[in-house]
Each structure stands twice: as C-alpha cells, then as structure tokens.
Design a protein around this ligand. Structure first.
Ligand code: UD1
Length: 353
C-alpha cells in the first residue's frame, strides 16, 4: 500500500509520529509537509525529537490568509498525488493542512483517511471546525478517538468507514522516552517548584485576534495565585504587539518548547491553562488539572470527569477555576483508549484494500 501523509502544523507532527512508524513497517509512506508551520521551534525540532523521517516534499506555503494558504496547499498536494499515485491520503486533526489534504485527495478520487474524526465544537466561527467537518464528510476511513465522536458522525449521517481506535496522542505520549526523569533541577533553574506553578499556552485565533479576550486572559494570568510559565506561540506574540498589550508581572515568558520539554513542564505543574486541544488531553493523561481558555471544547469527556473546566477568557471565571482545582485522588477513568491507536489504524487501512 502506498500512502501520502499530509502534515503542516505542530500537533500533526506529534500525531503522525507513532502512525508513521507503524505504517512504514509494511507499507510505503510519502510524507508531504505543507509548510504551514515553518519556524524551527514549531516544526523542524519536532521531526528530530519524534524521529519522523524527513518530508519527501515540502510545499513551503508559509503564512497567508486562509484562502491563499489553503489554495496553495491544494495545488501542491494535487500535484504530488498525480505524480505519485497513492492508494490513500492520510490527514490529521483540523488545520488548514487537513482541509487541503482531504480536498485534494477527494478531487483526485483517492480515498481519504481522517485521524481524529468526529470531533465538534459546534462553533462554526472557528477555522478548525470548518476544517474538521469538511474532512469528515470527504473521508473514506474515519478514525474516531471515542464513542461520542462516533455518535456525532452518525448524527451527521456518516456511519460507513467509522472506527473507534482511541486517541493517537496517547500513543505519542506512551512511546516517548524520558518523561519519567525528575525535572527538579531544571525547574529550580527557572525558580519553580514542582506542583506549585501554573503553565499556560495560548494561540487560538478566537483568543489572540480579539483584543478584549486576549487582555482578559492576560489579566487573569497576572492575578493567579502562583508563578505562571508561558511558552509563547509566535502568533500570540505578534498579536500582543499589534494590540499594544504587555505581560503582567510574574509571568515567565519562554520560546515555544519541544514536545518532551513541554510535557515535562506540564507534568510537574499545579494546573495548565490552555486553549490547545491536544494539551487538554495530555493534561488528563498526566493527571494535571486543566482550565480551558475557550467557551467550548471538542474533548467533552475531560469536562465530565471534573479534571477540565471551561473558563473562556473572562478573568473572574478563570480565577475561580484556578482556586477550585480537583482534589488529589479525584477519580480518573480511561477516556480515549489504550495508546494503541496506530496499530488499529494500520489494520483498518489494510482491511480496506
Ligand atoms: C494552526 C492551526 C491550529 C493549531 C495550531 C497549532 C489552522 C487554521 N490553525 O494555528 O488549529 O492548533 O496551528 O500551533 O490551521 N507563525 C509563525 N511561524 C510559524 C507558523 C506560524 O510565525 O512557523 C505565525 C504567523 O504570523 C502566522 C500565524 O502564526 O500568520 C498563524 O499561523 P497558522 O499556521 O496559520 O495558524 P496557527 O495559529 O499556528
């Protein structure tokens, strides 16, 4: 089987690592990097750290408005599909690279496999929601992380080709060596103590592109009872400059971190505040309370357990959540499988031929 895998943004590198390894044992994979993320900090270092092979093709599309960025990807991916003649095209998650990969494949009549199918925020103003809805409706194989994702697909009339395989990010986490190391010395170098600081990540357009929301989140971070560490996404940095917003005192701002560094900092934190999708689950897997800086989440099971709270961008809500974290020993059921999604996905792809 010959598979074209389309990647472009940081979370996709993390998701692709375990599946790529598993797929390449028995099949040919052609890796296409759209170039959506191009900074070494957001892209190159993840390939090295996760042992992902060099992309066969890098489309180098870079940053642009959604139409121009997605259009450039579409053109590039179509050319690769025509030149290489794959049996399937594999896409991950909900970025513009996902949308372009799924659309290009469908137009070329190559079956699409969508990993992380069936997630919904029900907020169509998010670019990610548009991307995932379209990808699901074009896909031939839909690899869902949970039964609730399967039910959502059924509610939209999609029942064929749906397989609940668990969360591929749990595979990535399970296969990562070095997470057990004691971060004490590293934390001490940053003036931090395990279990006593807050980690924050912030990059979603809905938060960064609205001055009021961004200012509200920054105000809350300044009032949180404890040190806050914030590895800063370039998008957020750029928007803060444009809006003339400054960091309140007490926030340690870092460059974007690699996968292992971020997970270590997460694991030892008191709590994470984030608008990322992936970190909500990683926090859960590592038994770290999460405050989600959004008005809705696709990972609703994490809310039901009490380990994740939705706080939007309003300082009062964020602070209230930060002082009412789940107590130690709070129940922690398995939510998204056993970390063996990659093997199942390869099995289903093989059965499809
Ligand atoms: C994208 C995804 C988002 C995902 C996130 C992970 C879409 C619509 N959004 O958001 O779902 O959670 O990746 O990080 O696909 N930039 C750089 N260097 C880079 C990449 C981006 O400086 O390597 C800056 C540019 O100013 C760019 C802005 O970030 O205009 C936005 O980048 P883009 O990739 O479009 O979206 P993200 O915000 O990263």
């Amino acid at each position: 089987m010959k598979v074209v895998t389309v990647l472009g943004a940081r979370p996709q590198f993390i998701k692709a690592a375990p599946l790529s390894r598993c797929l390449r044992k028995r099949h040919e994979e052609i890796l296409v990097h759209t170039g959506q993320h191009y900074d070494e900090n957001l892209s190159g270092r993840f390939f090295q750290e996760l042992g992902i092979p060099e992309p066969d093709v890098n489309l180098g599309v870079g940053s642009a408005r959604h139409g121009a960025q997605t259009g450039a990807m579409l053109e590039g991916i179509e050319a690769v599909i025509e030149a290489r003649g794959p049996d399937a095209v594999l896409v991950y998650g909900d970025t513009n690279s996902t949308l372009a990969g799924a659309l290009a494949a469908a137009k070329c009549r190559v079956p699409v496999a969508h990993v992380e199918a069936g997630l919904r925020s029900f907020n169509r103003s998010m670019p990610e929601e548009i991307n995932r809805v379209v990808a699901d409706h074009l896909a031939y194989w839909l690899f869902a992380p949970s039964e609730s994702a399967r039910r959502q697909l059924a509610a939209e009339g999609i029942t064929r080709g749906v397989h609940v395989v668990g969360d591929i990010m749990l595979d990535s986490l399970r296969l990562l060596p070095g997470l057990e190391e004691d971060p004490g010395a590293r934390l001490a170098g940053m003036g931090l103590e395990a279990g006593r600081y807050f980690l924050c990540t912030l990059h979603r357009a809905e938060n960064t592109d609205e001055r009021g929301r961004l200012a509200g989140i920054l105000e809350a971070l300044g009032r949180i009872p404890g040190p806050v560490v914030l590895p800063l996404h370039p998008r957020t940095r750029a928007r803060m400059e444009a809006f003339n917003l400054a960091f309140p005192p007490g926030i340690q701002v870092l460059e974007p971190l690699g996968y292992l560094d971020l997970l270590r900092l997460l694991k030892a934190s008191r709590c994470v505040l984030t608008d990322s999708g992936g970190i909500q689950k990683e926090a859960y897997y590592l038994s770290v309370p999460c405050i989600t800086l959004r008005d809705e989440t696709e990972w609703t099971e994490t809310l039901e357990t009490g380990w994740n709270r939705l706080a939007g961008a309003e300082p009062g809500r964020i602070l209230e959540a930060a002082v009412n974290l789940p107590p130690s020993g709070h129940p922690h059921p398995d939510l998204y499988g056993d970390g063996r999604a990659a093997e199942r996905i390869v099995d289903f792809l093989e059965q499809g031929f």
